[in-house]
Design a binder for this molecule. Structure first.
Ligand SMILES: [Zn+2]
Length: 129
């Protein structure tokens, strides 16, 4: 399956290569943000660094995909696309896939943890799954 990462995702990509989930964090105000930006959206500082987080969070929202918009994904149907919030990166919400759970069992607030695939992709699975 294809994952598209743009130049501004360099810190995210190198984190995945090291089995870490990294998000941009402002060195001046200390707040995280996502999507990556050259200036902090909270205080306009340019002192942005990538910081690794634990990769634990919860489902903020989700949808179940039942139609193959891309033939590459047909064999995965139905699959869950979720918006994940993180315990140690407040303000960050990442879109990813949720695995290891039947789509009808997914609930908002479900506790999840990152699962790295081939050092270039991250998905999430329920804690204790
Ligand atoms: Zn800031």
């Amino acid at each position: 399956m294809t994952t598209v990462l743009l130049p501004e995702h360099a810190g995210f990509r190198s984190g995945l290569e090291n089995g870490q989930l990294c998000f941009p964090r402002c060195s001046d105000c200390g707040r995280f943000h996502w999507y990556p930006m050259t200036l902090c959206p909270h205080c306009r500082s340019s002192r942005i660094e990538w910081q690794a987080v634990a990769g634990r969070g919860h489902v903020y929202s989700f949808t179940v995909v039942r139609h193959a918009f891309d033939e590459e994904w047909r064999s995965a149907l139905p699959y869950v696309v979720a918006l994940i919030e993180f315990e140690d990166a407040p303000g960050v919400r990442l879109i990813s896939n949720l695995v290891g759970i039947a789509p009808e069992a997914v609930r908002i607030g479900l506790s999840v943890v990152a699962q790295f695939e081939a050092k270039k992709r991250v998905v999430f699975r329920p804690v204790n799954a």
